[in-house]
Design a protein around this ligand. Structure first.
Ligand code: ZN
Length: 332
């Protein structure tokens, strides 16, 4: 079964064809990230306008790269939540029009379910149940994936998501986002003593206090007429976030006796986090699955992959499908 996946929740306009949820036939991404960088973050209005400009050509190219026309596709899957609502609606409306005109089933896909499904593209033998840390943009969740379309949230961020904290720290340090990781490469992760924020709930995380600690250090240093060492601060911040995420995920893995531990989302591209989770899971005797770097960011292939399983599960939308800015991963 060939599924066309369409994604437009943030600054990437993306489309892909995936066979049976596992095999990427084509994968096309158009992005407004360079333009957005001029403003130090994603401007929703610019994102929506670029999606509207790019989406038709992006989907055409995904079909052309696969040597297909829309007639060869078995279903159209689209991210309908959560995301910047103006951006989400561009993808949803395009997918509705296309599916209606071509008389194809329309499959609604939750963005975070898509990030998790990116792992199915890399690991052909990965099947639920597994424990997953999905961390991307505005979301950090520790989720038990009980089945292809069944999720249990064990922990979540109580304030800023890891991605948001990264963006704010990048701005405070005068770095173009997303380059905390690049700056951290030359830094000493032990140079600055940053706090471990206290948080209620065994698997919940909090990054707001950590972010504020960085901002305070930078301001204090500026007032003394000194600067902070940007590389050292970036490295110290990243190390602390990675330690927190890895610790919570591994605690949940130990408590649930997880045999498979999975990373998903933009933060899964982080080398140090991958290493910490790998080392910890090995001690627990659990297998670790990491998505390929090219599928860590937003893409259409991950939406087509999850779309295949949603279709199998009978999750189809009619022409009244609407986009939503927020929606829990276990909504259905
Ligand atoms: Zn994402």
């Amino acid at each position: 079964m060939y599924v066309l996946g369409i994604e437009s929740t943030c600054d990437e306009t993306a489309a892909a064809i995936v066979e049976d949820g596992r095999k990427v036939i084509s994968n096309v991404i158009s992005t407004s990230v360079k333009e957005q960088a001029l403003y130090g973050g994603v401007v929703p209005e610019i994102a929506s306008r670029r999606h509207a400009e790019y989406i038709s050509a992006t989907v055409d190219k995904a079909l052309a790269d696969a040597n297909m026309t829309i007639a060869d596709v078995d279903a159209v899957a689209v991210t309908f939540a959560p995301g910047l609502i103006g951006a989400v609606l561009v993808g949803v409306n395009f997918a509705k029009g296309l599916a209606y005109a071509a008389n194809k089933p329309l499959v609604p896909v939750h963005h975070l379910r898509g990030h998790i499904a990116a792992n199915y593209l890399t690991h052909q033998d990965l099947k639920p149940p597994f424990l997953c840390l999905v961390a991307s943009g505005g979301h950090s969740h520790i989720v038990l994936v009980e089945d292809w379309c069944r999720y249990k949230i064990l922990g979540r961020t109580v304030d800023d998501a890891a991605g948001e904290a990264y963006d704010k720290v990048a701005r405070t340090l005068g770095l173009p986002c997303p380059s905390v990781a690049a700056a951290a490469r030359d830094g000493n992760p032990k140079a600055y003593k940053l706090p471990v924020p206290h948080v209620e709930g065994k698997y919940n995380v909090s990054f707001s206090g950590l972010k504020t600690a960085v901002i305070n250090e930078v301001h204090n240093a500026e007032q003394k007429g000194q600067g902070v060492n940007v590389a050292d601060m970036a490295a110290s911040f990243q190390e602390r976030i990675d330690q927190i995420l890895a610790k919570k995920l591994l605690a949940a893995a130990a408590d649930t006796n997880a045999q498979q531990v999975v990373l998903a989302g933009g933060v899964a591209a982080n080398g140090r986090l991958r290493q910490l989770v790998n080392d910890g899971a090995q001690k627990l005797g659990a297998r670790v699955f990491l998505p390929e770097l090219k599928y860590c960011g937003d893409n259409g292939a991950m939406i087509a992959a999850q779309g295949y399983y949603e279709f199998q599960d009978g999750n189809l939308a009619d022409w009244s499908l609407n986009g939503l800015p927020t929606l829990p991963i276990d909504y259905r």
